[in-house]
Design a protein around this ligand. Structure first.
Ligand SMILES: [Ca+2]
Ligand SMILES: [Ca+2]
Ligand SMILES: [Ca+2]
Length: 204
């Protein structure tokens, strides 16, 4: 035959991709109408980056991975800052603030200053070995101690000589756990304007 190109009949299953088809008839080469696209199968390596849309997906995958690492870090850090004991989570501050500022910090964290209901809880807090504010005050009525949720004081862990309200500059209306004493006799009333660490409690 000297002219023409054989047509592939309908239904003929040609497993060669269109891009690879070349027809050689009578010693003459006919290139396929579609551009030749190099592939590793041909021993040709593309020197240009693949612009088929894979790159944006790769960038998105890397960004997602980095976001996951960041989230894991934040979650890990927040879990590290809170300690679980019995049915509550406790946050021990690293800063020192007044009693009122300390309470505001706890409220921002979705918690409140710690309220102590048992010997076990008091001992756990004492063993943290920090002078800390707790959620107990008589600022509304001198001598009437109330927890931050408004409940009256029933279980007490005052030191033998406390509360004494003997701050030379004024009243002592807020309560700390003092580290110098014993676990179940560790409370001291103190001026609310003094700066101490504090403990927030979240009950579950
Ligand atoms: Ca408690
Ligand atoms: Ca007082
Ligand atoms: Ca005192």
């Amino acid at each position: 035959m000297s002219e023409g190109v054989y047509e592939i009949p309908d239904g003929f299953n040609d497993d060669e991709p269109d891009a690879m088809k070349n027809t050689d008839i009578d010693g003459q080469s006919y290139a396929n109408v579609r551009a030749f696209k190099p592939s590793t199968r041909d021993g040709v390596v593309a020197s240009e980056p693949d612009s088929s849309g894979k790159r944006p997906f790769l960038v998105a995958a890397v960004c997602l991975g980095l976001l996951c690492v960041l989230l894991a870090g934040i979650i890990g850090l927040s879990v590290y800052c809170w300690q679980k004991f019995e049915s509550s989570w406790y946050f021990l501050s690293t800063e020192s603030k007044t009693w009122k500022e300390s309470r505001q910090d706890c409220l921002k964290r979705g918690a409140d200053l710690v309220m102590i209901n048992s010997d076990k809880e008091q001992t756990f807090l004492f063993n943290l070995k920090k002078r800390v504010w707790i959620g107990l005050t008589d600022s509304v009525k001198e001598g009437t101690w109330k927890w931050v949720d408004g409940n009256p004081l029933t279980t007490r862990y005052w030191n033998d000589n406390q509360p004494d309200s003997k701050d030379p500059t004024g009243e002592e209306d807020c309560v700390e756990i003092h580290t110098d004493w014993t676990p179940l006799k560790a409370w001291n009333d103190m001026s609310c304007d003094r700066k101490l660490n504090w403990i927030c409690e979240k009950v579950f």
